[in-house]
Design a protein around this ligand. Structure first.
Ligand SMILES: *Cc1c(COP(=O)(O)O)cnc(C)c1O
Length: 399
């Protein structure tokens, strides 16, 4: 049956590692300098250079490299002064390392609803900030969707809430011309293979806050070699923190940094490709009855390495059959609304490590029929029609 053909392309493919990065990794391996510090190393390690280059790219004063974005979120909260027992607001559509970063501190998440446009609900944010007394918001620009950042920041200023941005999916994206990660007190980025720069693992924090920066560097595990950082605060700031900050050993590997550096220079080109593929897929999907794509405001300059759409008109069983059928044909659709957490996806009701269970109903309803699909950088233009063809056929079969 020709229309049940399987997609030949692997939607799970990570962005390729460029030749220049392979050469840099090989040079490092030959010398053995895989750890970023050394008593005689100075401040020209790949990790220190990556931090300096990323700070310049974002127009930030300080940048701290660590071993993952989850660690970056934890350290940004730690450096903001969050302590065990504190409440931290977060939006309910995100990945598990976000509540995980809050749990890492012994703090308590307060989960805020998301809208049909997949961004934080500002009315619920205001209500829950007031009711809980929380002074911190960990805001995920989940899957590249940015809320109206002017309104978020104005509201949080009024509420006295400090914002940490989770930019795991927004490296290179902007709101009204300003890079994501440059609105809050700190912005956290991922170098994990399925984000915009593929170093395997890694995370970056950017901030203007000198105390947060010094605390994050020390806590990340710099020992007393913090002087080997380049995008760092002055010595007197470290003097305030060096003897009262634990070493959590969450350092960025020099090897990951070497692999990441040449990819920073490719970000614009990658963004162009991803935007092109996303626009093609969105146009094709948007033409199918019963599929709804989130509305994207004009101020949002997104870099979409994935696409999200809601399906209407199917009951739970029909929707599950639809997902299974697409998956069996190579169109792997992720789902955050399943009975159990699966693969990379989970939702608030799966986070049973929270002290008080929370499953905001509106978010649960949004996630119940939301499909999420990766857009690999190497996706050929021709594959876009084939993918949407599979989705359209399988949707029709369930109707
Ligand atoms: C991937 C991701 C993270 C965690 O990044 P790691 O580098 O894997 O720790 C956090 N938040 C979101 C939204 C992500 O997609």
């Amino acid at each position: 049956m020709p229309d049940a053909a399987r997609l030949a392309f692997d939607l799970g493919a990570p962005p390729p590692v460029p030749e220049e990065a392979i050469a840099a990794a090989q040079a490092l391996l030959q010398g053995g300098w895989l750890h970023r510090y050394g008593e005689t190393l100075g401040d020209a390690s790949d990790a220190a250079l990556l931090e300096e280059e990323f700070a310049t790219l974002l127009g930030a004063r300080y940048c701290i490299g660590v071993n993952s974005c989850g660690s970056a979120l934890f350290l940004a909260l730690y450096g903001s002064g969050v302590r065990a027992g504190d409440k931290v607001l977060m939006n309910g559509f995100t990945l598990a390392p976000v509540p995980g970063a809050i749990a890492h501190l012994g703090a308590e998440p307060v989960i805020v609803e998301v809208t049909d446009e997949l961004v934080i609900d500002l009315d619920d944010l205001a209500a829950k900030a007031r009711a809980s007394g929380a002074r911190h918001l960990l805001l995920s620009h989940m899957r590249g969707h940015m809320a109206d950042m002017d309104r978020v920041m104005a509201l949080c200023d009024t509420l006295g809430v400090s914002v940490i941005e989770d930019c795991a999916h927004t490296m290179g994206a902007r709101w009204a011309g300003r890079p994501s990660g440059r609105f809050g007190r700190a912005g956290c980025f991922s170098l994990q293979s399925y984000k915009h720069v593929n170093a395997g693992e890694g995370g970056l924090i950017v901030t203007e806050d000198e105390d947060l920066a010094a605390r994050a560097i020390l806590a990340s595990g710099s020992y007393m070699l913090y002087g080997q950082h380049r995008a760092r605060p002055a010595e007197d700031v470290f003097a305030r923190w060096r003897d009262v900050t634990p070493n959590f050993s969450l350092r960025l590997s020099n090897l990951a940094a070497a692999v990441a550096r040449p990819q920073l220079r490719l970000l614009e080109e990658r963004a162009r490709i991803w935007s092109d593929r996303h626009a093609r897929l969105a146009a094709l999907l948007g033409a199918i009855p019963g599929i709804r794509l989130p509305h994207r405001p004009q101020q949002e300059e997104h870099v979409q390495s994935s696409i999200q759409f809601a399906v209407t008109g199917l009951d739970a069983a029909g929707f599950c059959h639809f997902l299974d059928a697409c998956r069996s044909r190579g169109v792997y659709l992720k789902w955050f609304g399943g009975e159990a957490a699966e693969g990379y996806t989970s939702a608030p009701r799966h986070w049973c490590f929270l002290r008080d269970a929370q499953s905001p109903p509106r978010t649960a309803a949004v996630l119940a029929r939301l499909c999420d699909m990766r857009i690999p950088l190497s996706l050929p233009v021709e594959a876009c029609e084939a993918i949407v063809g599979v989705i359209a056929q399988e949707l029709m079969r369930q109707r």
